[in-house]
Design a protein around this ligand. Sequence first.
Ligand code: C2E
Ligand code: CA
Ligand code: CA
Length: 245
Amino acid sequence: VENRGFEVFYQPIFSVNENRIVSAEALIRLKDQSIGYVSPEEFIPIAEKNGMIMDIGEFVFESVCRFLHEENLKQYGIRFVEINLSVVQCMQDNLVERLSEIMERYQILSEQINLEITETAAIHTTEVLEENINKLHEKGICFSLDDYGSGYSNTDYLFRFPFHMVKIDKLILWEACKNEKAMIALKNTIQMIKELGLQVVVEGVETAENVHYLTQQHCDFLQGYYYSKPVPESALIEILHQMSA
Ligand code: C2E
Ligand code: CA
Ligand code: CA
C-alpha cells in the first residue's frame, strides 16, 4: 500500500435487457517490481489474516469513488460499480463512517456503488457484520451475494441479508457446459433467484454459446472474458467509447 504497488482494474458487466455495458466490477491488482503481477486470490487471504485488508479495501473503495467522480462514468452509461468487500472489513466498527466519508468527499451517490460479499465459514460472530450491512443498506447501498453455488454459499445467508443481486460462480457455469446435471442445477438456480425477486449475474461468460444460453434463461447481467478481461481505467474508458460510437 505504501509503495503504491496496487492498482484497481475494471471488468465490464453487460445488461441483457439493455443490451449494453451498464456496470463494472473493481478488481485489485498487485504489481511487484521483481515478480510481476500477483493474483488477488493469493494475497487477499493473507491480507485478511494480517489485517492489511482494511487499508487495501479502503484503497479500492477510494479509487473507485475517485474514478467515478473524475471521469463522470455516468456519461458512458455506467450506472454503478461493483466493489468486493471482504467480510473481515464488514467486522470493522467504523466501516460505515469510513465509507460514507469517502463517498461524500467524491460526491458519490449510494446508487452508484454495489458491494459484493462472499459467505465464509470463518465468520462466527455476525452481529457487527449484520449491523454494518443493514446501516449501509439503509443509506441506499445495494449488496450482491458473490460466488453463489460455490464453497459455503447457502440459502440461509441469502435470506438473512438484504441482497439485491446474486452472482453465480463461474465454476458453476463452466461445469454446466460439460455436464448435464450441472446444467439442470444452473438453470434452476437462476430460476430460484429470479423467483425470489433478485437479479442474477453470471460471471465467467467466455463464449457466444454461454451468452445465448444465459440470455434464454433470462439472466439480468453477464460478466466475463467474452466481453472483456479486467482492464485498467483508461482501457475501460476506451471500451465504453467504442461501444457508444
Ligand atoms: P471474484 O470476486 O469472484 O471476481 C471474479 C474473478 O473472476 C476475477 O478474478 C476475474 O478476473 C475472473 N473472471 C471473470 N470473468 C472471467 C472469465 O470469463 N474467465 C476467467 N478465466 N476468469 C474470469 P481476479 O481479478 O483474479 O480476482 C480473484 C478474486 O480476488 C475475486 O474473485 C475476489 O474474491 C478477490 N478480489 C479481487 N479484488 C478484490 C478487492 O478489491 N477486494 C476483495 N476483498 N477481494 C478482491
Ligand atoms: Ca466479486
Ligand atoms: Ca466468483
